[in-house]
Each structure stands twice: as C-alpha cells, then as structure tokens.
Design a protein around this ligand. Structure first.
Ligand SMILES: Nc1ncnc2c1ncn2[C@@H]1O[C@H](COP(=O)(O)OP(=O)(O)O)[C@@H](O)[C@H]1O
Ligand SMILES: N[C@@H](CCOP(=O)(O)O)C(=O)O
Length: 309
C-alpha cells in the first residue's frame, strides 16, 4: 500500500486574486491535507474515509477522487492494473483551504506514481486544473500548484509552466482559522464584481507585481505592506460572520495582514513572530471558531504533495 499526502493551501494570498497561492505546514507537524492510499486489486475499488468523509456525496461517482481515477484510466493509462483507492478526507469541504484541490492533487500524484506514467509537471498541472475547474466555477491554479509543488506560487495560464515559485520570509508565521461552517467556492465567486474599473485594475496589477518583485529582492517587510485585497474581500467579507471583527482586532495584537483564505470562510493572519501568532490564535479560538472550527499556526510548506513512508 502506498500513501500520498497533499497539503492545504491559501488561494489568492490576499494580493493575487486567482494568481497567488501558498501551501501550508502546521508547525506542530500535523498533516493538514488529504491522504490517498493506493494498491493493486482484483478490480477498481474506491472508498472515502476520514473526519470529513461524511460531508461528501455518498455516491462515489460524485467524489472528485473517484472521478480522477475514472478519468486517468480512460484518458491516460487504459492498461493500468486495477486499483484499490482510498481517500482520507482530512480537510473540511468549502473551507477556503483548497480542499477539492487536495483530493485531486493527491489522487493524480498517487495514480501517476502507481502506474509509472511519469507525466510531466505541466501535464499533471493541467489534468488537476481540469478537475478543480469542474467544482469551483472557474479555472484557477492558485490551490492546485502550491498544493502540488509546495511554496508560494505565482500561478496562472499566462505564467511560464503555469507556476513560478516565490521566496518567502523565513520569519513569517501564518495563523489559519476555519470557523466551522462551509462556504461553497462557486457561491463565493458569484458575489464577485463582474468588472473592475481601469483604476482598480491598475492598482491590482501594481500591488501584485510589486509584491512579487519585492519578494524576489528579499524586501519582505515592504512586500507585506502591499498586501491588501480590493478585488474579492469587499464582496466576500459580508458572507463570513466574524471576519470584520477579526480584521479589526488582530492587527491590534500585532498581525501584519488579516485576509480571507481562498474563497473563505477560513481566515489567515500573517505574523512576524511566534508570540504574535499565538496571541492571534488565542483570539480566534475565543472569537471566531464555533465547535466545528479549528486553527493552526503554520509555516509555508516547502514540499508540496509527497509520498508518505
Ligand atoms: N473529494 C472531494 N473533496 C472536496 N470536495 C469534493 C470532493 N468530491 C466532491 N466534492 C464536491 O466538490 C465541491 C467542492 O466545493 P468547494 O467549495 O470548491 O470546496 P473547497 O473550497 O473546499 O475546495 C463540493 O460540492 C463537494 O461536495
Ligand atoms: N482563487 C480562488 C480560490 C478558491 O480557493 P478555495 O480554497 O476556497 O477553493 C477564489 O478566490 O475563488
């Protein structure tokens, strides 16, 4: 039996709507992401287990991981031996932590390794993005590529090889807080503005390009100052109970940035020390999470999807 783990990610990373994404590694070593188990069997079998399995459709045909298996057999390797594939669904659905991407990326990574197909990185990314597009209402790579490759990625169709890794400040701590209720990505996309004005578009381009360039120059503090989301956050924040209060309170505790992770409702706070991150996490535990919620203090994961041994 082989096991593949795909980590959670923060889509948009505040300043790069649909174009920046960061992979997450909790500092306590917990696995925050989905795991796929694969082994040869007499016929193709699929099972979904784990804490959030009950939140997914019971019909395997509606599970993205099973759809990836069917697609891989039909389109990539028809003579692959039969497999038993198990998805351990460890991430909540509709969380803003790239949950659907995790299942898709872990499954394709497992199938590619099991079948020995050695698809190129670009082929893998395109396969994965096809499935992400099916559920989220748009083709965006900002969960897929950080989840697959790790790190903070500038990622889009226009980006060479679909992804360019950016340097990150080794001092950054990222507190993620999932409040305990779901927000469907396609719903959170339906409230986005249909168009931006010329000045809004220019500001977005200036912020994202300067942010990426400053990271390349290791001028991290100046990069962080540019982190403001004028594209998605204004229309999405009313959908997320408690977000506005957190956005006001966490900077008083020292957070450098507070923004929505992906389409929400998970929130992330970027902090430049562990002490500040702990204070922010305590506030979030008392004020943002319901009984189903959770929070982790993370670093940016540098490994992406990997086989667990
Ligand atoms: N393995 C899976 N993981 C996550 N979502 C899945 C999976 N299989 C099917 N789905 C469906 O895909 C949709 C994912 O919703 P979405 O809001 O895009 O989640 P997320 O933002 O957490 O990726 C849901 O309707 C869910 O039922
Ligand atoms: N760029 C996308 C990111 C969606 O991330 P998810 O984790 O909520 O699926 C968006 O903002 O819609």
């Amino acid at each position: 039996m082989r096991k593949f783990y795909a980590p959670a990610s923060i889509g948009n990373f505040c300043v790069g709507f649909d174009s920046l994404g960061a992979s997450l590694a909790p500092i306590d070593g917990q696995l925050l992401g989905d795991v796929v188990y694969i082994e040869q069997a007499n016929d193709d079998r699929f099972e979904c287990i784990g804490e959030y399995a009950h939140k997914l459709p019971t019909d395997p045909k509606e599970n993205l991981a099973f759809q990836c298996l069917t697609h891989f057999r039909a389109q990539v390797k028809s003579d692959m031996p039969s497999v038993s594939l198990t998805l351990e669904k460890k991430l909540p659905v509709g969380s803003g932590l790239g949950s659907s991407a995790c299942s898709v990326v872990a499954t394709f990574a497992a199938l590619n390794a099991f079948a020995g197909t050695e698809l190129s990185q670009s082929q893998m990314i395109e396969l994965m993005a096809d499935f992400e597009a099916k559920v989220s209402g748009a083709r965006h790579y900002d969960n897929i590529t950080p989840c697959y490759l790790g790190g903070l990625q500038l990622t889009a169709e226009l980006v060479p090889d679909r992804a360019l890794a950016l340097p990150v400040d080794p001092n950054w701590y990222i507190v993620v807080a999932y409040p305990g209720f779901a927000l469907n990505t396609s719903k959170a996309r339906s409230v986005l503005p249909a168009t931006l004005t010329l000045s809004e578009s220019v500001e977005f381009a200036q912020r994202m390009s300067s942010f990426c360039t400053l990271l390349q120059l290791n001028r991290f503090d100046e990069a962080v100052v540019l982190m403001q989301d004028n594209v998605a956050e204004p229309s999405r924040s009313p959908l997320i109970e408690g977000f506005k209060e957190a956005k006001l309170s966490l900077p008083e505790l020292g957070a450098s940035v507070v923004s929505i992770s992906g389409a929400g409702p998970t929130l992330f706070a970027l902090c430049d020390s562990l002490e500040i991150a702990q204070k922010c996490q305590n506030w979030l535990k008392s004020n943002y999470l319901n009984e189903q919620g959770f929070s982790h203090i993370c670093k940016i994961d540098s490994m992406g999807t990997r086989e667990l041994v």
